[in-house]
Design a protein around this ligand. Structure first.
Ligand code: CLF
Ligand code: SF4
Length: 498
């Protein structure tokens, strides 16, 4: 085995009184214990939690009080949902019945959210009746809500009193000049307001609402839709403004716009960002904020872990007629099992970190991971519909995004077109960590400079990525391989999300 390169010693651990998660140089302070407890089991607020916990949405809020150019009212609210999707609308009673039925089947359920199909606070009667019903029926479930923010200021007290500690506000602009290219009108006090005035009112109400939530101990996530040529250059200002107002987390989501969705942007040819453009905007935002990298732009009736689509098993027609029992004890057992898995993953990560202290600080590589559950490298390459992408260095493995693909292998047959698309999706990765990979894709991955790695199968992701890095660094030192150049990579050590 070749010796490791001679490098300066790894930075010391942070001093006991240091408030930054990884010591000097980390852009984000470590979370206070009460905040850490609030994000720990929320699959959207913590990328680690999304390996273990599920969320569901109840589609009880049909109305909206604004018009976004990326929305067609025939479909769900596109601020927090995938455009072109229609959810089954529920009454508050049906919503509570559905929550209990889902909780009985999916013990990893930790969060219930209202994210449409219109704006949650444009139908306050239905939204609050639902939140109150869930609070009574299953008090251990975390309540979550997503809104465009226009009606937020008048509802913050009621949300806080109900124990809602997670609210998402979609903020796409703070400059009305930009805003009038996104919002043609808003409804305010019974009248339609157009142009810059509409955006001025909307922006002021959003920032006021965020600050009021923050003052009541609510963790605010801000979603911003990245619209190239409209607000992409403006988003760093938006991120600074929402951070100043008290937002906890920022989620920059790509505009999805297709003519068949019938939206203004779809019909006028406004495109969404490329993966590189999105990563660039996220990297800039990370200078000022924690940035979510694992959003799946889910449906307003989504059920399951992020990326899972189990809503079809829980339509109204399939629900049991009476109320299901509250499976609280099953959720408790699941939380304990997750705690044990987390302890193992942390131990293995810490051991792996010690083994890479000699890796040069400037060596950073990018790995894709196929994972199904529990934060493990546990999926066959041919079965993956998406890969999680991590930048890995001696400081650790940091999620930078996800790459959607299609399942390459079905019924034992590989699809060459799908493989070609997967290779393009992973082109900037040095390796792909999988449980297994077939002979043909293995060869093509290697030919594309993406090392297929199976000897980390069923290890926790961070430990697996660091273990791979240890061997990779040796090969780099020998000159046998070089990391791919990624001019767009964000600086490591920034904005670790929870
Ligand atoms: Fe739903 Fe949103 Fe709550 Fe999550 S989703 S209301 S914060 S429980 Fe999550 Fe879905 Fe992305 Fe939303 S992955 S679209 S960020
Ligand atoms: Fe559509 Fe949501 Fe915008 Fe309302 S807030 S117009 S439902 S995307």
């Amino acid at each position: 085995m070749a010796p490791l390169p001679v490098v300066p010693p790894a930075p010391p651990p942070p001093a006991a009184n240091c408030t930054f998660a990884r010591g000097c140089g980390d852009a984000q302070p470590a979370l206070p214990a009460d905040v850490a407890a609030l994000v720990r089991d929320h699959p959207c607020y913590s990328d680690e939690a999304h390996h273990h916990f599920a969320r569901m949405h109840v589609a009880v809020a049909p109305a909206c009080n604004i018009q976004c150019h990326y929305c067609n009212r025939k479909y769900d609210c596109a601020n927090e949902s995938r455009p072109g999707v229609v959810s089954e609308r529920l009454s508050p009673d049906d919503a509570v019945r559905k929550v209990l039925a889902v909780a009985a089947e999916i013990p990893e359920l930790s969060v219930v959210g209202i994210a449409g199909p219109g704006d949650a606070l444009a139908s306050p009667g239905a939204t609050f009746a639902t939140l109150e019903g869930i609070r009574r029926a299953a008090p251990d479930l975390t309540l979550c809500l997503s809104t465009n923010g226009l009606a937020l200021p008048e509802h913050v007290d009621r949300l806080a009193a109900l124990g809602v500690r997670h609210v998402t506000v979609t903020v796409n602009m703070i400059d009305p000049e930009v805003g009038e290219r996104i919002y043609p009108w808003i409804l305010r006090e019974g009248r339609k307001v157009h142009g810059k005035e509409a955006s001025r009112i909307l922006s002021a109400r959003q920032l006021e609402g965020i600050a009021a939530l923050r003052a009541r101990g609510v963790l605010v996530k801000v979603n911003s839709v990245v619209i190239p040529g409209v607000n992409d250059a403006h988003l760093p200002d938006v991120v600074r403004a929402v951070r100043a107002a008290g937002a906890f987390l920022v989620n920059l989501v790509p505009l999805i716009s297709a003519p068949e969705h019938g939206t203004h942007y779809g019909k006028t040819g406004q495109r969404g960002p490329t993966a590189e453009e999105l990563e660039r905007v996220q990297g800039r935002a990370e200078i000022d904020a924690r940035v979510m990298r694992h959003c799946r732009q889910c449906r307003a009736d989504a059920v399951g872990r992020l990326g899972e689509d189990r809503f079809a098993s829980f339509t109204l027609a399939r629900l049991p007629p009476g109320p299901a029992r509250d499976a609280r004890e099953l959720r408790g057992e699941r939380r304990e099992a997750v705690g044990r898995a987390r302890a193992i993953a942390a131990r293995e990560r810490d051991a792996a970190l010690l083994r890479v202290v000699g890796v040069p600080a400037e060596l950073s590589a990018r790995v894709a991971v196929a994972t199904r559950s529990g934060g493990l490298v546990d999926q066959h390459f041919g079965h993956a519909r998406e890969f999680l992408v991590y930048d890995v260095s001696r400081a650790g493995a940091r999620l930078v995004g996800r790459r959607a693909t299609e399942q390459y292998c079905s019924g034992g047959e590989g699809d060459d077109d799908v493989l070609g698309r997967a290779l393009r999706a992973l082109v900037d990765c040095d390796a792909v960590l999988v449980a297994k990979v077939g002979h043909c894709p293995k060869g093509q991955l290697s030919a594309a400079g993406i090392e297929p790695v199976t000897d980390r199968a069923f290890q926790p992701i961070e430990a697996a990525a660091l273990g791979w890095l240890e061997a990779f660094a040796e090969r780099v030192a020998r000159g046998a391989v070089a990391p791919k150049r990624r001019p767009l990579a964000a600086e490591p050590g920034r904005a670790e999300v929870a």
